[in-house]
Design a protein around this ligand. Structure first.
Ligand code: HEC
Ligand code: HEC
Ligand code: HEC
Ligand code: HEC
Ligand code: HEC
Ligand code: HEC
Ligand code: HEC
Length: 301
């Protein structure tokens, strides 16, 4: 395979259910953002996540890009006799297998058996949707307290394409919220294929006094910023842009945890308050939050 990433145009898929156009194409010269990749074989390092049915022996694929079968399982029987019964739907799986259909590609890890026939793969060789990803793949290891290429000291992703590593740490994951509760991979008009734009999707499940939190009568009482202020955006505080793609291009954390100013002091993890209030110190932010009565001070230090 030769890599020809298309420029991202924000409309990587359509509402009509047309195949999702992902950026990898099997022909053309190498224009990768990482030029060294062009000189290396991409099979073990890339192709398994950018195709359907990659065969590690023949190096042939059923199809390039993220086709339906990567999430719905093998579909030849379904194509011959289309019924709901002979195709997998992640929405009907338990929460682990459901989210595994996304984690198979949106994570950093390594195959359980490694190397496989002498080669080191960066993708879960052999996994099919509906089976347990855990039987094929383990998420990248990390020791708390260490800053690595992949992780911040608290275990939050340090690089891109680790939404799976992040999300499994969230309470939401354990309560059955899935990646596709928020994203519709068949395409939407919103950024990142969200079902609704950023904060609106949160409020679907987190209206004031919701049992899911925040446990305040109004949103402003929770955010301590005016309605409509950038500082009252759920994703500004709960999904800070700290996972590095390349240079200073960053994507959002998916642990949904609030990173305290104190963690910036102790572990050098950027906190959302002083990342936005760039003229202020972490001590200023900590002091401000001391006056936010509904927050536990023990959790903010
Ligand atoms: C990246 C993963 C992924 C890909 C690729 C994908 N789907 Fe889906 N599909 C899902 C998930 C997750 C659901 C359940 C949630 C939802 O409805 O969005 C779903 C649901 C559906 C449903 C609704 C089923 C029902 O019972 O209501 C249809 C129809 C469907 N997909 C068709 C397709 C087709 C056709 C393709 C290829 C063009 C495709 N999907 C590609 C993940 C995917
Ligand atoms: C076979 C690998 C694969 C699987 C499985 C997969 N993805 Fe992706 N996903 C990709 C690739 C490759 C891209 C990059 C496409 C692009 O840049 O538009 C992508 C992009 C995305 C984006 C960003 C789109 C944008 O416009 O910025 C979202 C959101 C996403 N995937 C969510 C999901 C969810 C949710 C699932 C599970 C239902 C899933 N993906 C399953 C490979 C995969
Ligand atoms: C474990 C699965 C996996 C592997 C291995 C993988 N990718 Fe991806 N790739 C993804 C997913 C998921 C996305 C979309 C999400 C993101 O960009 O964070 C993506 C996005 C991309 C994009 C589009 C970025 C953009 O902004 O549109 C390019 C180009 C790319 N990958 C190239 C590569 C190359 C080259 C390799 C091999 C060195 C590789 N990928 C290995 C899963 C993978
Ligand atoms: C609770 C809602 C929610 C869940 C669950 C969720 N996401 Fe997201 N995701 C978002 C929001 C919100 C954004 C970014 C919105 C923005 O920047 O405007 C986003 C952004 C992304 C992006 C684009 C990269 C970026 O940060 O700009 C990818 C890829 C993605 N999510 C994949 C996933 C995958 C894979 C999962 C499951 C492992 C997942 N998401 C779970 C809400 C969610
Ligand atoms: C489909 C419903 C749903 C959506 C959408 C949703 N949440 Fe949640 N969220 C939950 C549930 C359920 C819990 C767990 C509540 C509990 O058991 O205490 C939760 C818990 C949380 C928590 C508590 C800590 C943790 O680790 O998860 C935070 C923070 C949070 N959500 C933020 C967000 C943000 C930010 C968004 C929007 C990007 C969002 N949620 C969208 C359902 C949702
Ligand atoms: C994405 C940007 C953003 C984030 C994140 C953010 N703020 Fe703000 N903040 C603002 C803006 C804009 C204002 C101006 C007043 C308003 O809109 O409410 C403000 C006002 C304030 C004020 C009152 C005015 C002042 O300067 O004394 C305090 C105190 C404050 N923020 C503290 C915090 C703390 C603490 C955090 C982290 C928990 C935080 N902010 C996170 C944007 C942000
Ligand atoms: C200015 C920063 C900030 C903004 C904006 C913000 N939060 Fe929070 N949120 C926090 C802090 C700080 C906590 C407490 C974290 C802890 O105890 O670990 C928290 C906790 C939560 C919790 C856990 C339950 C609780 O009440 O403590 C949920 C759920 C939550 N936020 C949802 C949201 C939603 C939804 C939005 C958007 C409407 C939002 N947050 C906007 C800072 C913010």
């Amino acid at each position: 395979m030769i890599i020809t990433p298309n420029p991202r145009n924000g409309t990587s898929s359509t509402k009509s259910g047309a195949p999702i156009s992902f950026p990898m194409a099997p022909t053309g010269g190498c224009r990768s953002i990482l030029p060294t990749i062009c000189k290396r074989p991409t099979g073990p390092t890339c192709d398994g996540c950018h195709s359907v049915g990659y065969d590690i022996h023949t190096k042939k694929v059923a199809e390039w890009n993220v086709g339906c079968e990567r999430c719905h399982g093998l579909g030849s029987e379904h194509v011959a006799h289309p019924t709901r019964g002979n195709i997998l739907n992640p929405a009907h799986m338990d929460y682990v297998q459901a989210t595994d259909t996304c984690i198979q590609c949106h994570s950093q890890g390594r195959p359980l058996t490694s190397p496989i026939e002498g080669k080191y793969y960066d993708w879960p060789v052999g996994y099919q949707p509906g089976s347990n990803l855990q039987d094929y793949w383990k998420l990248e290891e990390h020791n708390l307290g260490e800053t690595t290429f992949t992780h911040f000291p608290d275990g939050t992703a340090h690089k891109n394409r680790m939404q799976g590593n992040d999300f499994v740490q969230s309470v939401m994951y354990r309560r059955g919220v899935t990646c596709f509760s928020c994203h519709d991979v068949h395409g939407t008009d919103n950024y990142a294929q969200l079902r609704k734009p950023g904060d609106q999707i949160c409020l679907d499940c987190h209206s004031p006094l919701s049992l899911n939190g925040p446990r305040t009568a109004t949103i402003e009482e929770h955010t301590h910023h005016k309605k409509g202020s950038t500082g009252s955006s759920c994703i500004a505080c709960h999904m800070p842009k700290i996972a590095t793609t390349i240079a200073d291009v960053k994507v959002r954390a998916h642990t949904f945890a609030f990173i305290t100013p104190d963690m910036t002091d102790k572990y050098k993890i950027p906190n959302p308050c002083t990342s936005c209030h760039t003229d202020k110190t972490t001590a200023w932010a900590t002091e401000a939050m001391r006056h936010w009565p509904e927050r536990s001070p023990w959790r903010l230090q």
